[in-house]
Design a protein around this ligand. Structure first.
Ligand code: HEC
Length: 460
């Protein structure tokens, strides 16, 4: 993957936004000509359409390749990137098909061909729109909308984390429901035991409570499912399908953990064997939730946001129904002053993503930025920043992504970076950090992904 990480590949990649206009133009032109050509068929027109599709397919693949290189730079909204990338590649493939059909190499019914062209143009638009969102921010098109309140136009950034999972409700109860409820429900209370509500299950049966909190072995329910299956007391009775090995283990774990009915997976201890069962057999993702998903902040005051907009910052909500902000500086051809940056402190709570790439950010300004304690992503690449400045970032305990590429930092800065407990991704290429330095950091923070010019530190 060396090609993807060298600065030359990035040099090529940066032409992506220029080249993408070619397939858009060629393919749209081809499709339009085809549309107008269908009434009066003309040979010249057919040749021109074929020519457009050829150039369109070629430039689409060229653009896709360059985009692929550019994506190596990182820092893009991952779900946008995913769709943009694959839709872009699909457009190239469909354009190729259109070219073959038009050239007579491939024969399909005319109406399917028309649908194909329609699909191609639609995908082209969506791909372009997603691409635009990634570079200019989602509100770029609607920012100056002549009607309506542009502030309300918010895009939803997807989170990859699953919703919280409840131990009893989501894991234990479904098993009991499948294997036990038919004999222990509102109509049938065998042994006096009903299980269909948590209250009744907690109450127990004729022999008293069947759950002893924290002690699976002393719990009648657990005893019944771990007896010799030939025993009369074994549950389920009547030759019904038994609980599986993993199911019995999970029930035992749940009771040992207290047998609570309202605890989330994140509230209980999960031993290694249980973790494996949950992840592999139950497909439960045990990835810890990110700061942005668990924390709650009040919305930023309108005056503060207006003040920031006036001096060149743009802010968009990280997700709908969430008050965290994604801030960037957008004043064309200008860079923010330290006084400008200090104004950000008014939205200290809400700012969680900050992009100041290539904005002449200095060590002194980092002292201000270091106070934005809710930052989870900081992009300060291509700025005159040195090791001294990085010490100001040590307090950013929520920081997950830090882009320092193209800055003057050396191995000395790593001592500060090491203090960032939640850092997951660090971009260091075109800095003076050595491979040995990066490897040392990687040893200390094994889960950190370090993106270097050479791929040494990236292998995990
Ligand atoms: C086919 C019907 C049937 C199924 C299915 C069934 N049970 Fe039972 N269960 C009974 C009968 C009958 C009794 C009463 C006789 C006994 O105590 O063995 C009973 C009694 C019990 C008791 C004892 C209650 C007490 O206080 O005496 C427990 C605990 C129990 N079952 C748990 C379970 C569990 C857990 C499951 C699911 C894994 C289950 N049962 C599935 C029929 C069933």
């Amino acid at each position: 993957m060396l090609l993807l990480e060298s600065s030359f590949s990035l040099f090529i990649g940066r032409f992506h936004p220029v080249i993408v206009h070619l397939p858009i133009g060629f393919l749209l032109l081809g499709a339009l000509m085809e549309f107008f050509n269908s009434k009066v068929r003309s040979k010249n027109m057919d040749a021109a359409i074929l020519f457009s599709f050829r150039l369109g397919a070629l430039s689409a693949f060229l653009a896709a390749f360059m985009g692929w290189l550019l994506a190596g730079e990182g820092g893009y909204n991952e779900s946008h990137l995913f769709w943009h990338k694959w839709l872009g590649i699909t457009v190239g493939l469909v354009a190729l098909a259109a070219m073959f059909i038009k050239g007579g190499v491939l024969a399909i019914p005319d109406f399917i061909y028309k649908i194909l062209l329609f699909g191609m143009v639609s995908m082209l638009m969506i791909t372009g729109h997603l691409g635009g969102n990634m570079t200019h921010g989602a509100s770029y098109l609607t920012e100056y909308l002549p009607f309506g309140n542009s502030e309300q136009i918010v895009e939803k950034k997807a989170f990859n984390n699953p919703d919280s999972v409840f131990v009893y409700q989501d894991i234990i109860q479904p098993m009991l429901e499948k294997r036990c409820f038919e004999c222990h429900n509102e109509d049938k209370s065998n042994g006096g035991l009903q299980m269909h509500t948590t209250e009744l299950l907690a109450k127990g049966g004729d022999g008293g409570p069947v759950l002893v909190s924290g002690k699976a072995i002393d719990s009648e329910l657990f005893r019944r499912i771990t007896k010799d299956p030939t025993s009369k007391k074994f549950m389920p009775t009547g030759g019904k399908i038994h609980l599986g090995y993993e199911e019995v283990k999970l029930i035992g774990w749940w009771i040992d953990e207290g047998g609570d009915f309202d605890k989330a997976i994140s509230d209980v201890d999960i031993p290694k064997d249980i973790k494996q069962i949950l992840e592999e057999n139950w497909k439960v993702s045990l990835v810890k939730k990110s700061f942005v998903e668990t924390a709650n902040v009040t919305p930023v005051a309108t005056e503060i946001m207006t003040g920031l907009t006036d001096i060149g910052f743009t802010g968009s909500p990280l997700a709908s129904g969430n008050n965290f902000l994604d801030i960037r500086y957008n004043k064309l051809g200008e860079t923010p002053s330290n006084a400008d940056l200090q104004k950000l402190l008014g939205a200290k709570e809400q700012i969680t993503w900050l992009n100041l790439a290539n904005k002449n950010i200095t060590d002194e300004m980092l002292m201000t930025i270091g106070q934005l304690s809710n930052l989870t992503r900081l992009q300060i690449q291509q700025n005159p920043i040195s090791d001294k400045g990085i010490t100001s970032l040590e307090g950013l305990t929520n920081l997950e992504t830090l882009n320092l590429y193209g800055t003057d930092i050396t191995d000395a800065a790593l001592a500060s970076i090491e203090k960032l407990p939640n850092l997951k991704k660090l971009f260091l290429w075109q800095t003076k950090v050595t491979t040995e330095g990066a490897e040392g950091l990687k040893n200390k923070l094994p889960k950190l992904v370090i993106v270097m010019g050479t791929s040494v530190a990236e292998k995990s």
